[in-house]
Design a protein around this ligand. Sequence first.
Ligand SMILES: N[C@@H](CCC(=O)N[C@@H](CS)C(=O)NCC(=O)O)C(=O)O
Length: 237
Amino acid sequence: MHDLILTTFDWVPEAPRGYVRDLRARWAMEEAGLRYRIETVAFQERGAAHLAHQPFGQVPWLVDGAVSVFESGAILLHLGTYSETLLPTEPKRRAEAISWLFAALNSVEPPVLATAVFGFAGDSKQTPGRKSLDAFLQGRLADMERVVAGRIWLAGAFSAADIAMVDALRVADRFAGGLDAYPACRRYVARATARPAFVKAHGDQMAHFAAADQARKDRPQDPDAAATTQTRTGELT
Ligand SMILES: N[C@@H](CCC(=O)N[C@@H](CS)C(=O)NCC(=O)O)C(=O)O
């Protein structure tokens, strides 16, 4: 296997730290015991080299030899080819893990993110569209509450599906109204984030951005440094 290189931003504002999606890949590689290194790309400026790896000017992406993979879900699937811990080989269990991975990214994360975008914009107007988004999100969370009340992990043993789902639920908890009404989801997130691989991945991401702050302090002030969490695509930074 080649050295795995995970790219994230060289710096992000305070609010999204601990939630930047390189966390998913870091967490997966820690779970799988894979060796990797971190490279960075400028947060302030999304150039052609960046867009060649990630067409939306976002992070993360993973380089594995000649292969470059973007989208955190695709990265999780790619890493799953190296690790039974991330993606079981037994066909039934594998299908279950893949289904739940897509469910996290396709069924749960979209209303979480849409709700978070309203929060970032400071828009709390209860328009008909907003009410139906709220109902959509609460419906998905209620479904997840039922699911995780009855099992420890989504696909039998812990898998990449749990990384994606737990991270989507963490974002719901922090940026989209919280999980107070969903105690089983809270317990599920707590058990996943107590795993040593998560603790290491999260700590490393926080340390990475703390080091970036220090590096900024040590060099002359950049007038563009007053970035906000409102990004080009309106997504979490
Ligand atoms: N669907 C993408 C989303 C990636 C994404 O939202 N990345 C954020 C960091 S968590 C980002 O790059 N934000 C900056 C921007 O959107 O301009 C994935 O899962 O990899």
